[in-house]
Write a protein that binds this ligand. Structure first.
Ligand code: SF4
Ligand code: SF4
Length: 467
C-alpha cells in the first residue's frame, strides 16, 4: 500500500511586511487651515525663541531662553532656575501633561493631529515633497516609474530641501543649550567643538529620518501616547467619526440613480486619500487616527458637490448624544491643572534668592582643645542667585558659649562677616568653638543664620562627651 506524503505545513505569515509609502492628497478646509497656521506658529516660536536676547547684567548669558549645562541652570526670560530648583521645571512638565490630559478627554488625540512636533515636521516635509514631485497621483506615478533624469532631479531636489530643513532644525535644537549667535558662527566656520557638531548631526539626522521616512509609522507603532491616551477617553470624548447610519450603504453616485436606496457616502475614497496615516475612517474609530480632521474637510467638499448636508464625517462622541464638556473626568483634570498652576505661581513668587547649606566635618567630628573648649569644623555654602555680590553676617545659635572662626579670616567672634559672590555658590570653612565652662550635650542642634534670616540652615554641634 502506497503511503501518502505528509501534508506541507501551512505557510507562516511573515514577521515583517514593508508598509507602502503614504502619499496624502492635498485638501482645503477649516481643519487644513488650522493645522497649517498652528504649524507655522509652532515652528516660528521654536525657531525664534533662542535668538531673543535678555539683559541679565555683566558676565551673564544674554539669551532669553537657554538650558545651560555648564551653569547647570535654565534661563527663562527673567527667571533663572538653578539645578536645586528643578522641581519648578518638573512642575511645568506635569502642568503640560495635565493640560494634555484635559484636551485629550475633550477632543481625543488632538495633540497628535495638530501640535505634536512629529506631525508638524512631517506636514512640512510632505509639503516639500509635493512641491518637488507634484500632487498625490504624480507622486505615485513617479514612485512606480524607472529611474529617469526627471525622477533623479525631482528626488534630488526633495532630499536636498529635506536635508536643508533638517540641518536648520538641528541647529535650532542645539542653540537652546548654548549661546545661539556664538554657536552658529562656530558651527558655520568649522570652529565648533566635536560635541556640538555631533549633537547637530544627531538632531538633524533624527529630523530627516523621522519626518522624511518614518512619518506616520512613529504615530502608529513607536509613540507610547496612543496607548496611554485610551485611559483619558470616555463615551463623551469628541472624536473624528464616520456617521454609519447616514453613510451606508455606500455606493458610487451614478447619473439617473438619484433617490436610489443608498446612503450619503459616494465611496469616492477622498477621505482615505487625504489621511496622513492612510486609514479609512469608515472602518470605525481607530488607534491610528490622529484626529487631524482632514477627512472631514475632504468629505465636506464632496457633500457640497452633491448638495448633501455636511459632516458625514464629523466630531462626534461615542455616545452620539450632545457633547458634554463638564463631566467628572474633565472637571478633575481641569481642577488639578488650576491647582498646580496656582502652586507653581506661588512657588515661583516665593522662591528664595539665597540659600545656606552647612555640612559638619565627619572626621574628626569634634576636638577638645588644650584650654578645655570643644571645636567642630563645618563647610558652609552660600548659594547666591542674585546677579550681584551679597555681604552679610553669619551667626550661630542653639547652645550657649559658641564662637566662630573662619579659616584664613576672623577668629573667635560671635558674628562672621561673609561675602557671597554673584550667581554662584561660595564655600567657606568655619570652626565653631564652645567655651570650656558651657554645658555640653552630645549632638546638640544649632542654627546657622545668614543676614538676619535671608538664609538659614540647621546642623548639630557634634561634641563627643567621651573625649
Ligand atoms: S482618519 Fe481623518 S482624522 Fe483620522 S488621521 Fe485620517 S484624516 Fe486625520
Ligand atoms: S469622502 Fe465622504 S463620501 Fe467620499 S468615501 Fe469618504 S466618507 Fe464617503
Amino acid at each position: 500500500m502506497s503511503q501518502q506524503p505528509p501534508s506541507a505545513p501551512s505557510a507562516e505569515p511573515p514577521l515583517y511586511v514593508k508598509t507602502p509609502t503614504i502619499h496624502p492628497r492635498a485638501v482645503k478646509g477649516p481643519h487644513r487651515s488650522m493645522k497649517t497656521w498652528l504649524g507655522i506658529l509652532l515652528v516660528a516660536v521654536t525657531a525664534l525663541l533662542p535668538w531673543l536676547r535678555w539683559d541679565r547684567g555683566p558676565d551673564m548669558p544674554h539669551q532669553a531662553v537657554l538650558f545651560s549645562f555648564t551653569d547647570m541652570r535654565a534661563y527663562l526670560f527673567g527667571m533663572d532656575i538653578w539645578a536645586q530648583q528643578f522641581y519648578l521645571l518638573t512642575g511645568i512638565l506635569i502642568l503640560a501633561c495635565l493640560v494634555l490630559f484635559l484636551a485629550t478627554s475633550l477632543f481625543g488625540r488632538i495633540w497628535c493631529g495638530f501640535s505634536c512636533p512629529q506631525t508638524v515636521w512631517t506636514d512640512l516635509f510632505v509639503r516639500i515633497e509635493r512641491l518637488c514631485e507634484g500632487e498625490r497621483n504624480a507622486r505615485l506615478r513617479l514612485e512606480n516609474q524607472p529611474w529617469t533624469v526627471n525622477k533623479i532631479l525631482r528626488k534630488t531636489a526633495k532630499h536636498a530641501l529635506w536635508i536643508l530643513v533638517s540641518s536648520i532644525t538641528g541647529l535650532i535644537f542645539c542653540v537652546y543649550f548654548t549661546d545661539a549667535y556664538a554657536a552658529t558662527a562656530e558651527l558655520l566656520t568649522g570652529r565648533a567643538s566635536i560635541t556640538l557638531y555631533s549633537f547637530w548631526a544627531l538632531f538633524a539626522g533624527c529630523t530627516y529620518g523621522m519626518a522624511g521616512f518614518v512619518r506616520e509609522q512613529m504615530c502608529i507603532y513607536m509613540c507610547p501616547w496612543p496607548r496611554i491616551q485610551g485611559g483619558m477617553l470616555d463615551e463623551n470624548t469628541l472624536n473624528v467619526t464616520y456617521d454609519v447610519a447616514r453613510g451606508e450603504p455606500r455606493g458610487r453616485a451614478k447619473k439617473g440613480q438619484e433617490g436610489a436606496a443608498r446612503g450619503d457616502c459616494v465611496d469616492c475614497r477622498l477621505c482615505v486619500q487625504v489621511c496622513p496615516t492612510g486609514i479609512d475612517i469608515r472602518d470605525g474609530v481607530q488607534m491610528a487616527c490622529i484626529n487631524c480632521g482632514l477627512c472631514i474637510d475632504a468629505c465636506n467638499s464632496v457633500m457640497a458637490r452633491f448638495d448633501l448636508p455636511p459632516n458625514l464625517i464629523g466630531w462626534l462622541p461615542e455616545s452620539k448624544t450632545k457633547p458634554k464638556l463638564f463631566r467628572p473626568r474633565t472637571l478633575i483634570y481641569g481642577g488639578l491643572t488650576a491647582v498646580l498652576a496656582l502652586v507653581l505661581l506661588l512657588a515661583t513668587g516665593l522662591r528664595r534668592e539665597m540659600d545656606l547649606s552647612v555640612l559638619a566635618d565627619r572626621s574628626p567630628t569634634s576636638m577638645r582643645m588644650s584650654d578645655g573648649s570643644v571645636r567642630d569644623g563645618y563647610t558652609v555654602k552660600l548659594v547666591n542667585r542674585h546677579h550681584r555680590a551679597v555681604s552679610g553676617d553669619l551667626t550661630v545659635t542653639g547652645i550657649p558659649g559658641l564662637h566662630l572662626t573662619r579659616i584664613g579670616g576672623a577668629e573667635n567672634v560671635s558674628v562672621l562677616h561673609l561675602t557671597a559672590q554673584p550667581d554662584t555658590v561660595t564655600t567657606f570653612r568655619v570652626y565653631i568653638r564652645q567655651d570650656r565652662d558651657a554645658p555640653k550635650t552630645d549632638h546638640a542642634p544649632i542654627l546657622f543664620n545668614f543676614n538676619n534670616g535671608m538664609a538659614t540652615a540647621r546642623s548639630v554641634f557634634q561634641v563627643n562627651m567621651g573625649q
